[in-house]
Design a protein around this ligand. Structure first.
Ligand code: SIN
Length: 187
């Protein structure tokens, strides 16, 4: 599979058939909202954890020195916090381009904080995508992130902005906070 998922994503769901379209963001889509939305709410997805296991060759790194960004890893009985956005179909032209580095759109169930369950689309970098880097020690992940930079800026700022956004929502994510702490030790 190539890194660029734009063409694949366009074929994955018939967005015109949805009564309302919800997007679940768990990484940069929490703190960098560069698209219009109709409604938004903090939300949770069950049986997934957030991990810095996806390579970034286009935003927070380069093909020669990829950065690391978040993906969701299937993990029974774990819950991951994110932001849900109700969006229009047109927004996916932009999102598919933004999330093109190995992320495929998946249809999932999410829980909004008001208790309502929604069907949502999530961009997920699965272990079989060409940009996937996989597990490494917290120190090694932080080391790679510390030195990576790309067109969207320093890789470490992705971690800091995500960690701050999680704190803003009174959320604890030990994986994210451990990488943040390791980055601060490197600085
Ligand atoms: C997301 O935020 O939901 C996907 C990964 C990213 O863009 O950081």
């Amino acid at each position: 599979m190539s890194h660029d998922t734009q063409a694949l994503n366009k074929q994955r769901q018939n967005l015109a058939s949805y009564d309302e379209i919800w997007l679940f963001g768990y990484g940069s889509l929490i703190y960098k909202v560069d698209f219009p939305f109709i409604d938004s709410a903090p939300a949770y997805i069950e049986h997934f954890t957030r991990r810095f296991w996806q390579g970034s060759h286009d935003h927070r790194g380069t093909p020669e020195a990829p950065g690391r960004v978040a993906t969701l890893i299937a993990t029974p009985n774990e819950t991951c916090f994110g932001m849900a956005y109700q969006v229009s179909e047109e927004v996916f032209e932009h999102l598919d381009h933004r999330e093109k580095n190995g992320y495929l759109r998946h249809e999932v169930k999410i829980q909004l904080v008001n208790g309502k369950t929604k069907t949502a689309l999530v961009y997920l970098g699965a272990p079989d995508n060409a940009a996937f880097l996989g597990d490494a020690s917290i120190e090694n992940i932080a080391h790679q992130i510390f030195y990576a930079t790309g067109p969207s800026g320093a890789n470490r700022d992705y971690v800091f902005e995500l960690a701050n956004a999680l704190r803003h929502h009174q959320q604890v994510d030990e994986h994210v906070f451990a990488i943040e702490a390791a980055l601060n030790r490197l600085a």
